[in-house]
Structure formats: C-alpha cells, structure tokens
Design a binder for this molecule. Structure first.
Ligand SMILES: *Cc1c(COP(=O)(O)O)cnc(C)c1O
Length: 498
C-alpha cells in the first residue's frame, strides 16, 4: 500500500518511507491511498484472539512493506508484560448498562500515548533498515505533557536515534515534568520552553520545514523525523485497540458481532478519534463518534458550525493534554471527508495559516454531522464528573477521561441514544492527581504533588500507577530551558552543530 500527501504535493511513498519522514516534506500529512476493509467474517475471527494477534493483523493491512515476521517482532517488543501491566493490554471497565470505559493507560508512563509510542520506535528502526539510511535519526517532539514522556520511554536507548523533547514551561503538571526530566537513556534530551504548547509545536514544525537547517543536519549525518501524532507510525497502532476492545466486548457477551457502538474520545490533536474513524472505515460497526473537548472547544464549534476558527484565547485547563487550538490530524479526516480532494485541503490550510480559520461549506459539514458529534465539558463539569463517577461507581477517572464521560452524558441528554458506548480513558488518574484529588475531596490540603499522590491513594485505595511511584526520589537528569525563538539553537547545541 502507498501513502499519499493530503495536499497532493508529493509522490506516493511506502509505509516505511512515510514513517521515516514523519510528515510530508513539502507540507501536508501522509495518508493511506486506500483504506483496507475488514469483512464481518474477519471481524468475527478476531473474537477470542489476543491483543498481539489482532495488532499483527491490523498492522499487516496498512504496513504492506513490512514482513509478517517484522510485524511479529515489533508487536512483541511493544505489547508485552514488561511494558504493560495487564495481559489484555487495553482492558475495559463496565461503567453502567450501556457504557464502557476503555483503559488505555496500562503502559509504562500512565497515559494512552504509550499505546502507540511503545510500538512506533520499532516501526521506525525497521523503516530505516528498509530504506537503507546510514544517517542518525533525530526525533523532535513538541509535547503538552504526555507525548513527551511516552516518546522518551519508547525511544530511549534505541540505536541510531536521538530524541529531543520540548514542553511548555509551566504548561504541564509537576508530575509530568518530573517524569520527563528524570528520564534515563544516553540518547534523550528534554527542554522547557517559555511559551504554550501551540508555540512549541509551531516552532518544531518550522524546523521541519527549514531547508537550510536540513542541509546543515545532513552535513553532520543527521536526519529529522517526528514522533508527534502526525506521524503515520503513531496513528496506525491506535486503530488496534478499537478492534481489540470490540472483540473483547463480543467475547464477553456484551455485544453481538455487527452491532454498532458509539465511541467517545477526549480529543486534542484529533489523533485518537481519527484512529477510531479509520477503524470504522475498515468495517468496525460505529454509530456515532463523540468528539469531546475541554474549554478549548475549537473542535466542538467546528463540528457545530463548519468553521474551524483558532482565533481565540488559549485556555489552560485541568485536562492540559487537550489544550490545543490546532488539531493537526483533522487534516487527514477532512481529506477523507472530501474524497481525497487535495486542492481543497491545500486551500483550507492556506486559509488557516493566513487567517487562523477556514470554512468547509455545507455539503462536507452535513456529511461529517452524520457521524460525528462535538460536545465539550467546562472545568466545573469535569470536576463534577470525576466526583460523580467516584461516588456512584467507586471508580476513579482522570480529568481527560472525565471530559469524555461528560461529553457522552451531554450527548445522551441531547439524543437519547441507547447504543452501547465505549469511552476512551486516556490517562491514569494519578497522572493528574491534584485535580482528581481536589475533585473527589473538595479541596487540597497540600500543594506538594507527590504528597497528593499518596493522599489520593489513601483516600481511594487505588494503587499508584507503577510509572509514577517514587518519582520524587528519582534523579533529575535534564535541566535545559529556552525561549520559543531559541528552539533551533537549542537543537544545534544538543547535536553539537556549532
Ligand atoms: C494526547 C492526549 C489526549 C488527546 O489525544 P489526541 O490524539 O491528541 O486527540 C487526550 N488525553 C490524554 C491524557 C492525552 O495524553
């Protein structure tokens, strides 16, 4: 299978090439030329299979230039008992008669990014072998918190790769920061940037597009790649858990094969929900996608009005991994929704670049509305949802998951839809323990985030995620910081290019 640019400005490439390049060098994102389909028979055959088996099967559909043996190797290297604390890899919890929470945070760093980032580095290493590149790969990551640590863990000590992570100073939780700055590995760097996530992301994107810088790197035998969710290697692993959870629900007698489900996804860059959409296009029976946002509800407004308008105040919320005004992966979705109309995509994204907004027109909007509903949760609603779920179900959810649950509750209130619904749980509650403890307890007795971890454990009895235990005792290994305008210099410094 070949991968094409959403903007029609690049020749079709293999999966390995798309993964190696990260994004299209001339702008745009790589997407599969044609989405493979899964018949009902094939779907039925998944029932009872292990996560690893399902993973191999889904990956084989998209990564046709990887051999079955290679896929088996990468899957086993990623989804094993050392990296994931449960045999199911992504288990679900039944919340009530018609909704299920899909726990995507059993990997090493307590956030759903592990689902993709434990696998993606192995795909990248194989990709480099395939295109026979003798350059060292430099991974640049802009993170609003969770991607950073997940990428560091996924890439650390992987041969032939260096990873540099930029995060907004003060824009991630203390625990997230501590997770990142204590990362071991000889090939890892972490930099705090004075600015918000969008500033970080656009500076990193700018570096990717900088021809002169690229040449400088090449002179030193380096080449950039990206581990952000714009890389196809990040997206494809996320398709797996939608099939795997569906198969588990069928195996457990909760669902009949062929029966539709709804999927509610707390959304930021639109990657996770896009993976669900690809699963649907492959044949997963889905009725509605609930795109859940926090107060940065640019996607909710977009789905309601057909206008994507990023000209608004950036808000810092208690669900910071969704504090995003430019949802990069939406571009891939719009490419599908316009039947691969690259000229349209180019036009809209030119508009976005020049004016901060674009409008998709009624026809495309109607089509999207048939499948997607946008709902959002305010800060207060998020807090109340955490408390409500804890008190009524004795189940602790993090702030992002609470946004997904609240959005689903709002959807139910609007549409009264009895379809079984899977709600993605994207982080372990301990990853955002201050907000969670405050929600459950009413107020905080301390500001010390590490003390808060213990208090939350004492109160709820839920064991602290292994990736967050004893964090404060770990040695800080990274103390770099810079302005957004200095990101490029920082990269040069780290790579020894000056
Ligand atoms: C990254 C992240 C999200 C948003 O996922 P996207 O794929 O960017 O939409 C939601 N919740 C958590 C905890 C995350 O880390």
């Amino acid at each position: 299978m070949k991968y094409v640019s959403t903007r029609g400005n690049y020749q079709p490439v293999s999966a390995a090439e798309a993964i190696r390049l990260g994004m299209v060098p001339t702008g745009g994102l790589f997407v599969p030329e044609k989405i493979p389909t899964f018949s009902k028979e094939k779907l039925t055959e998944l029932v009872g299979k292990s996560y690893q088996d399902i993973a191999q099967q889904i990956l084989a559909e998209f990564l046709t230039d990887y051999t079955a043996k290679e896929l088996e190797e990468v899957v086993n290297a990623a989804y094993n008992e050392t990296n994931f604390a449960t045999e199911e890899i992504a288990p679900y919890v039944k919340l009530d008669e018609q909704s299920y929470v899909l726990e995507l945070w059993h990997g090493p760093t307590a956030a759903f990014k592990d689902m993709a980032l434990q696998l993606m580095p192995h795909l990248l290493v194989k990709a480099i072998e395939k295109v026979d590149l003798d350059k060292e790969i430099v991974i640049l990551v802009a993170t609003s918190g969770d991607t950073g640590k997940a990428a560091l863990e996924g890439f650390k000590d992987v041969e032939g790769i260096k990873i540099i992570v930029f995060y907004p100073a003060g824009g991630v939780s203390k625990v997230q920061e501590q997770q990142m700055v204590t990362t071991t590995g000889t090939n890892t760097s972490v930099v705090a940037v004075e600015g918000n996530f969008d500033d970080c992301q656009s500076s990193v994107k700018e570096i990717f597009g900088d021809q002169g810088f690229k040449e400088l790197l090449e002179e030193h035998d380096y080449q950039f790649s990206s581990a952000n969710s714009i890389n196809w290697g990040r997206l494809v692993p996320q398709i797996i858990y939608y099939f795997a959870s569906y198969a588990s629900l069928v195996a457990d007698g909760q669902l009949e094969v062929g029966e539709q489900i709804n999927i509610s996804v707390p959304t930021g860059n639109f990657g996770n929900i896009l993976a669900a959409y690809y699963a649907y296009r492959m044949g997963l029976p889905v009725n509605k996608f609930i795109c859940a946002s926090n107060d940065n509800k640019v996607l909710t407004d977009f789905l309601q009005t057909g206008v994507y308008d990023s000209n608004r105040d950036f808000k810092r919320t208690i669900s910071p991994s969704m504090d995003i005004l430019i949802s990069s992966n939406l571009e891939r979705f719009l490419f599908e929704m316009t039947d691969h109309d690259a000229a349209k995509i180019e036009e809209w994204y030119q508009d976005l670049e020049q004016t901060g907004k674009f409008e998709i027109g009624q026809a495309v909007q109607e089509q999207i509305k048939e499948l997607f509903v946008g709902e959002y949760a305010t800060e207060e609603e998020t807090v109340k949802t955490i408390k409500q779920i804890y008190e009524s179900k004795d189940y602790v959810v993090d702030t992002h998951t609470a946004v997904g649950i609240k959005a689903y509750q709002k959807y139910l209130a609007d549409y009264d839809d009895p379809t079984l619904t899977v709600i993605d749980s994207t982080a372990n509650p301990y990853k955002f323990s201050a907000a969670v403890l405050e929600a459950v307890q009413g107020e905080l007795e301390t500001e010390d985030e590490f003390e808060i971890l213990s208090q939350l454990e004492e109160l709820t009895g839920l064991e602290i995620h292994r990736g967050l235990r004893d964090l404060e005792e770990k040695e800080v290994r990274h103390d770099r910081g810079c302005q957004t305008t200095e990101i490029k210099d920082e990269v040069k410094d780290i790579l020894g290019l000056r």
